[in-house]
Design a protein around this ligand. Structure first.
Ligand SMILES: Nc1ncnc2c1ncn2[C@@H]1O[C@H](COP(=O)(O)OP(=O)(O)O)[C@@H](O)[C@H]1O
Ligand SMILES: [Mg+2]
Length: 264
């Protein structure tokens, strides 16, 4: 257990004396898939942005591979809640843009083959020369995922990437993501508010509580508990609810969200 990604004593305050969260510490091992789950406003996106180097914590450090994260880097692939594609570029051009930033010396033929490989991986080859405006929401999120993988990042950071999708599309893309992650042994940190999504994908699930005030005393939010997923790693979405331990795990997380995540 070396700790590929180490988060130590992270806190973030937008208003003095009232940090959104404090004392957030956890580690990710290489190849591990970790989900964080919690109600809106507890600070999940803020944590992910700090890991991405897009935002600064008020205190604490983030180390990736032993080096401090101090700004954005192509070593980390990020998929945002919205798709964040460039609307004037086609799928091919959007991904090529990222690949060229990562490997400026890459020859056009190699670049094109590389882009086509990642577009095929998410099943979008027929739409490769379309612009985002011609794609459905699910297709746009797929482009975002292909783009994140195409730069061969050391880790992936996903902020509710399927939140805006209908249940059917979400299921399909979850399966695709799981297959790709297993195959590439990517290290992934993902935010979700979908309990089943976390149980399907994550090796460990971080339960995050909101900051709260009780009798005039403010307690910041933080990681309340780390749940290890006991289910076999070869699980599938269709078979999940047949597995021993599934309901106990699901009930535990739902109980947390209903009774403990927000102090009353
Ligand atoms: N730039 C900002 N300025 C002030 N408050 C912010 C800013 N960004 C986020 N917040 C506040 O910080 C809290 C956590 O936000 P966020 O990280 O987006 O939560 P989550 O992703 O868990 O819903 C929220 O209460 C939000 O209003
Ligand atoms: Mg968020």
């Amino acid at each position: 257990m070396s700790g590929f990604l180490k988060i130590e004593q992270l806190s973030k305050a937008y208003a003095a004396g009232r940090p959104v969260f404090a004392d957030v510490s956890f580690t990710l091992e290489k190849g591990e898939f970790v989900c964080i789950i919690g109600h809106s406003g507890c600070g999940k996106t803020t944590i992910l942005n700090v890991l991405a180097g897009l935002d600064q914590a008020s205190a604490g450090v983030v180390l990736m591979d032993g080096r401090e994260v101090a700004g954005p880097s192509l070593e980390r692939g990020v998929v945002f809640q919205g798709h964040a594609l460039m609307p004037w570029l086609t799928v091919r051009q959007n991904i090529a843009f990222a690949v060229r930033s990562r490997w400026p010396e890459m020859k056009p033929a190699e670049l094109n083959a590389h882009v086509e490989k990642y577009v095929a991986m998410v099943g979008l080859s027929p739409a490769i020369d379309k612009k985002p405006s011609a794609l459905s929401g699910g297709m746009k999120q797929r482009v975002g995922i292909a783009r994140a993988f195409s730069i061969a990042p050391k880790m992936l950071l996903l902020d509710e990437p399927f939140g805006a999708l209908d249940a059917l599309t979400r299921g399909t893309i979850q399966d695709e993501l799981m297959a790709i992650v297993r195959q590439t042994q990517q290290t992934v940190f993902m935010i979700t508010h979908d309990v089943d999504e976390a149980i399907l994908l994550a090796d460990r699930i971080l339960l995050m509580s909101n900051g709260s005030e009780h009798e005039g005393v403010y307690t910041p939010g933080g990681i309340a508990e780390v749940v290890v997923n006991p289910l076999p790693r070869e699980r599938t979405r269709a078979g999940l609810h047949h597995l021993d331990g599934y309901y106990a795990l699901r009930n535990h997380i739902v109980d947390f969200l209903v009774t403990r995540a927000r102090a009353h």
